[in-house]
Design a protein. Structure first.
Length: 273
């Protein structure tokens, strides 16, 4: 069943591409977390750990704006032949989720790719063709440059088709998407990681990407994740943004990997700050 929320006239729909078990143990991917951190994280997201293994969601979000435009944030793990097939539970079911939400892929106006990791870009391209044929694909310049410099296979698979059709849209830092939505740069997990923010003075929504990936990083946002490319920068992005949002009343996080799609940001200053 699809889950959605309304924020300032924008309908935000959680699209579950897949769910699965993470290949590495939690004490390896979060080596600094204490037993008390894990206890508190278990209270926030009890279904994330089963038999000592991390069970996570692979989720995208569709935002339907008041003017009817649709913005898609991330594209999941993808089909059976997607790059994530080496470790994630492909095939994903994003096309079925979009259909259930009444969204034609050709009607998507903008695709925001939060970052380059394969569980967030899987349905971006199919058979060397952009899957969302009429959408611009928005990436931070730092992300594009990192892919071009060090990820030739990904540059060929992802960037080349988008450049060939003129659908690649490169931004630097903050960029307005419409309907009050805006992209904000949150580097560290990858060089050009970005999140999506919607604030209207009463409600705030943050679509996190991998700014945080597990509830233990809500317990202590200073905890780094083993797959952060720049752990110090990732920590600074996470603690800084969560600190800023903590003083803005009711804040909802739309997360890629937590069990529940929408999670309230705990009240008060972030722990570990």
């Amino acid at each position: 069943m699809l889950v959605s929320r309304e924020f300032a006239g924008v309908t935000v729909i959680a699209l579950r591409d897949a769910a699965g078990v993470f290949p590495d143990p939690l004490d390896v991917v979060f080596p600094q977390a204490t037993s008390e951190d894990w206890r508190r994280a278990g209270e926030l997201d009890p279904a994330a750990v089963r038999h000592g293994r991390w069970h996570l969601q692979f989720r995208c979000f569709a935002c339907r704006l008041p003017d009817g435009r649709v913005i898609l944030i991330d594209t999941g793990i993808g089909p059976a032949d997607a790059p994530a097939r080496t470790w994630a539970p492909v095939p994903g079911r994003l096309p079925e989720e979009l259909a259930a939400a009444g969204i034609d892929p050709d009607a998507v106006d903008t695709v925001v790719l939060t970052h380059m990791h394969t569980d967030h870009i899987g349905w971006a391209v199919r058979d060397a063709t952009p899957y969302f044929r009429n959408a611009r694909y928005l990436l931070q310049r730092a992300e594009v440059e990192a892919i071009d410099a060090a990820r030739p296979a990904m540059a060929e698979w992802l960037l080349q088709p988008l450049r060939a059709t003129g659908q690649l849209s490169v931004v630097d830092g903050e960029s307005k998407l419409g309907g009050g939505l805006r992209v904000v740069a949150t580097p560290g997990h990858t060089p050009g990681h970005q999140s999506v923010l919607l604030a209207d003075g009463e409600q705030t929504l943050l679509v996190t990407g991998d700014l945080l990936v597990h509830a233990v990083q809500l317990v202590d946002p200073t905890l780094t994740y083993a797959n952060d490319m720049d752990p110090d920068a990732a920590r600074a992005s996470r603690t800084g943004l969560l600190r800023d949002l903590a003083g803005q009343g009711e804040v909802t996080l739309a997360t890629s990997h937590l069990t529940e799609a929408f999670t309230r940001l705990p009240a008060g200053p972030p722990a570990g700050d």
